[in-house]
Design a protein around this ligand. Structure first.
Ligand SMILES: Cc1cc2nc3c(=O)[nH]c(=O)nc-3n(C[C@H](O)[C@H](O)[C@H](O)COP(=O)(O)OP(=O)(O)OC[C@H]3O[C@@H](n4cnc5c(N)ncnc54)[C@H](O)[C@@H]3O)c2cc1C
Length: 425
């Protein structure tokens, strides 16, 4: 379909990679993005002019070859750095390193027999090359049986509940396999922020003659007279083909012509929103990059001290701390101001570092996003839509099609490459 007019909805990792590849092969591409900046969930904000930080903590793993390859291709590879930051778990009021088999053996909130059992179960998942035989089973039940109830309650239930809330018991075992199987201790970061990747992609698309329209929300997707029509606030544009990278449920809402049978099968609405309060401090809060909060009673699930991973010097000497949450999309936290979130969170920072004083905080920012975490139950796989929809000119590629891996920039890039191949030349 070379040379055709193609609309790409969404300028996140997926939409921009699709647009980049389509312009490379000569299609006339228009990208529509609701936000004023490209990057979607991985977008950044400017702490000060020219200094970018992600709105939500981001790193990549060694196995994330598709996104690492794209970073290289765009000439940014020299700035992709791979430190091995400290990852810890807060349990029983103490901080425990828990990021390797050796640290698991020292993890004393569990009796030694449970540590060995957990190590063996994790080794099994790491060795299992693919998860077909795990389909149809839940992570919670498998973990309880293979690692024991205590290991589930102390280590895994807090993580599953933090990410999936009331659905923690329903999460598919292959999702858990992927999390264990593919993670590296070295974590990749694009110095200067992943925003550089998305800006570079948008620039490439424009340089190749594509149109990237930022701050333009799509209101309707329709087909008529053999053409596709995209309606935004002020106009309707016509295309030969549309690729929507919006969550499936949003595409369904925007496309009244999609049949009911398609919606019943594929309109997966179960997702959580994400919230991050970011604090800039005049000194470090902890000595770790990533802290899973496995003690009850905290109003955040993870404390991610970015400047224990990247140098504070890259941020004008600031010490930057994310306090992260996944919540139902109607949760008041997602609509709170940074001041409201800070008032709720501050007393708990003292539980983590008793010396902490609010006067250490010099700046604060709050960000929330809907549809940030699909709820991946055992039913999920069968509900994933294919690229093609019942509307001939509408293809769908979005992070809700990522399975069994946890969604991530890499999998959106992979999916984009597959979609472009699928569309053919
Ligand atoms: C808290 C958090 C932490 C994360 N950590 C990591 C990490 O460490 N490493 C990693 O690789 N990934 C991480 N991710 C996941 C990663 O951000 C996503 O998987 C990836 O960015 C998804 O890209 P996408 O293009 O598929 O979707 P999105 O980024 O969601 O892009 C969809 C785009 O569509 C736009 N849009 C929606 N509706 C409309 C409309 N009506 N009209 C026009 N545009 C519209 C949106 O604004 C958005 O830009 C994290 C995500 C969150 C929330």
């Amino acid at each position: 379909m070379s040379g055709r007019r193609i609309a790409v909805l969404g300028a996140g990792a997926l939409g921009l990679t699709v647009a980049h590849r389509l312009t490379q092969r000569g299609d006339r591409v228009t990208v529509f993005e609701r936000e004023p900046l490209p990057g979607g969930l991985a977008a950044g904000f400017e702490i000060e002019p020219g200094m970018w930080l992600e709105k939500f903590y981001h790193h990549i793993f060694r196995s994330d070859r598709a996104v690492a390859g794209l970073i290289d291709e765009l000439g940014l590879g020299d700035d992709l750095v791979w430190p091995r930051p400290r990852t810890v778990t807060l349990r029983d009021g103490r901080v425990h390193q828990l990021d390797s088999p050796a640290s698991l053996l020292r993890f004393d909130p569990l009796p030694i027999a449970d540590r060995i059992r957990m190590g063996a179960a994790l080794a099994y998942l790491r060795a299992l090359p693919e998860p077909a035989r795990l389909e149809g089973r839940t992570a919670a039940a498998w973990i309880r049986r293979s690692m024991g109830k205590r290991a589930y309650e102390v280590v895994w239930a807090p993580l599953l509940e933090a990410k999936f809330g009331a659905a923690a018991e329903e999460i598919a075992l292959p999702w858990f396999w992927a999390r264990v199987h593919h993670r590296s201790a070295e974590l990749g970061y694009l110095r200067g922020g992943f925003q550089r990747l998305y800006q570079a992609l948008a620039d490439r698309v424009r340089d190749a003659g594509g149109d990237v329209r930022l701050g333009v929300e799509v209101r309707e997707i329709a087909t008529a007279d053999g053409e596709m029509r995209i309606t935004t606030g002020d106009a309707t544009d016509r295309f030969d083909h549309v690729v929507s990278t919006l969550p499936t449920t949003l595409t369904c809402r925007l496309t009244p012509q999609l049949p009911d049978a398609y919606r019943e099968r594929h309109d997966w609405r179960r997702a959580y929103g994400a919230h991050c309060l970011i604090l800039s401090l005049d000194r470090p809060l902890t000595d770790s990059y990533w802290m899973n909060i496995n003690d009850p009673g905290y109003p955040f699930l993870a404390l991610v001290e970015h400047t224990n991973y990247q140098s504070p010097a890259d941020y004008g000497g600031r010490h930057l701390v994310y306090l992260g949450n996944y919540r139902p999309m109607d949760d008041p936290l997602l609509r709170s101001t940074p001041e409201e979130a800070l008032a709720e969170f501050t007393p708990h920072l003292r539980r983590i570092n008793p010396d902490f004083d609010p006067s250490w905080i010099t700046e604060r920012w709050g960000f929330a996003a809907p549809f940030a975490q699909p709820i991946v139950t055992t039913e999920y796989r069968d509900r994933i839509p294919p690229f093609e929809t019942p509307i001939a000119g509408l293809s769908l590629a979005n992070m809700f099609q990522v399975y069994p891996h946890d969604r991530g920039q890499n999998y959106s890039v992979e999916l984009a490459e597959k979609l472009v191949q699928h569309l053919g030349r």
